[in-house]
Ligand binder design. Structure first.
Ligand code: TRP
Length: 455
């Protein structure tokens, strides 16, 4: 990542570093919290299927496009899009929209991350009392006023401090050790969940699609989730692409990131849904699904309360990598373009995120719970506006820049660097970026708006 001193741009030292940093951005609450929650609210397996198709046909190609643009320009997102096509500075709009998306996403993301952090001491306290955290505990936390705000402010301050100090390298080192541990703990949860009586219904819910459930809004949620989980459509992956070593083979690296990210989501789903069904709960549990289910799985294991705490510690670590990558987008721009020091840039960005974040957090409780815009509270509005509108629109714009405006030899040439596989592969990928990906995004967007009727 970037060094705090001077203008020298740091580059990930190794291919492994490039992979772990990108995975660190991709894997976070999107996998552990949002994937199960949206799958449950959108009817199960059909949504999962649509989501997987979106990752393969849209997510992966857009990630490749972002990495190629970032590495070609070696600039922050605003300047990268403003300079990649000579004479067409207006495309910097992608970067500007990305700054807005970063703030909107962080506004609700840090609320949820705050719940994750809060669940660490809460799990330990519940264990000491000999009880298990339940929906009433979650409701009191998420629907509270000062408690969630303090956690959220703490999470934002922590992220800003990490980004400001330019110590992301240290964070990456920690992440590299703890992410595999999260993976192992998820597998432990899965084994326990899958052996609960009645677990089979949860597995069927996740993997037996009922295609009549694929309505326009469900498809758009699946597409939005693919963008969100892979950190696409707003410049994060462009910025990370700008730190990629020249020797990194862009497409295979992106494919591995998408695979790892998908694997973690499926593992999370396999912990949640069998448990939900075994305990007779409802899969459409909304944003509280994770928090109400994980303590239940562990309640059926020795020392469960302590493992619940460990689970939330590891999830908290995963959220930090994702939040750092979100905050890096405005901070990279403020420090490179506006020549602001990184601590100042971090403080300013953090303040903006907290301002909107308070709206998101308070909209779940008595203070702003009554305020609805387009039928949504602030939390849902920020989530919807970013994942389902800004990121897919950003994806179309990125596909236009990489597929149509950038000379084909430059785009494919970037993908060919270090690549020794079949020639046709990168050319085909560029074709998907040019035609299939933007058309699919446009169709899904128009379809959900009712302008085009497919489903
Ligand atoms: N992908 C992360 C997650 O799944 C969240 C995230 C990080 C993100 N950077 C992003 C989402 C950029 C959208 C855009 O938790």
């Amino acid at each position: 990542m970037r060094s705090p001193q001077g203008q020298g741009r740091d580059i990930f030292a190794t291919g492994i570093g490039a992979f772990t940093a990108t995975v660190g951005s991709a894997i976070g609450l999107g996998n552990i919290w949002k994937f199960p929650y949206l799958t449950g609210s959108n009817g199960g397996a059909a949504f999962v299927l649509a989501y997987l198709a979106c990752v393969a046909l849209v997510g992966l190609p857009i990630m490749v496009a972002e990495h190629a643009i970032g590495r070609r320009t070696r600039l922050n997102a605003v300047q990268a899009y403003g300079s990649i096509i000579p004479g067409k500075r207006a495309w910097s709009v992608i970067g500007w929209a990305g700054l807005l998306s970063a703030v909107l996403i962080m506004a609700f993301y840090t609320d949820v991350a705050g719940w994750v952090f809060a669940y660490v001491p809460k799990s330990i306290a519940a264990f000491a009392r000999g009880s298990v955290l339940g929906p009433a505990d979650f409701g009191a936390l998420a629907g509270g006023t000062w408690e969630p705000i303090l956690w959220q402010a703490g999470v934002i301050a922590l992220t800003a401090a990490i980004v400001a100090a330019g110590v992301s390298k240290g964070i990456e080192r920690v992440t590299k050790v703890l992410m595999p541990l999260l993976f192992v703990l998820l597998v432990v949860c899965d084994v326990r969940a899958l052996t609960l009586p009645g677990a089979g219904a949860g597995v069927a819910y996740l993997f037996t699609p009922d295609l009549t459930k694929l309505t326009g809004p469900v498809l758009l949620s699946a597409l939005g989730l693919a963008f969100f989980k892979l950190s696409l459509g707003m410049g994060t992956m462009t910025t990370y692409g700008s730190y990629l070593p020249a020797a990194t083979r862009i497409a295979p690296n992106a494919a591995r990131v998408a695979l790892a990210d998908t694997a973690v989501s499926i593992l999370a789903g396999l912990a949640i849904f069998p448990t939900v069904f075994a305990f007779g709960g409802a899969p459409a549990g909304g944003p509280g699904l994770l928090f109400n289910t994980i303590p239940l799985v562990f309640s059926k294991m020795p020392l469960g309360g302590l493992f619940t705490a460990l689970f939330f510690v590891l999830t908290a670590v995963a959220t930090i990598g994702a939040m750092v990558s979100l905050m890096e987008v405005p901070v990279a721009w403020l420090s490179e373009k506006a020549k602001m020091s990184r601590p100042r840039a971090g403080a300013l960005t953090g303040a903006a995120m907290l301002a909107l974040g308070l709206l998101a957090t308070l909209s779940q409780g008595p203070v702003l719970g009554g305020v609805k815009i387009l039928g949504k509270n602030f939390f849902d509005l920020f989530d919807y506006a970013s994942s389902n509108l800004l990121l897919p629109l950003g994806g179309i714009a990125i596909a236009i820049v990489a597929g149509w405006l950038l000379a084909r030899k430059d785009f494919v040439g970037e993908l060919d660097k270090g690549y020794r596989g079949p020639r046709a592969f990168n050319a085909a990928l560029a074709g998907i970026v040019k035609f299939l990906a933007p058309v699919l995004i446009a169709v899904i967007l128009l379809n959900s708006l009712g302008i085009l009727r497919l489903a």
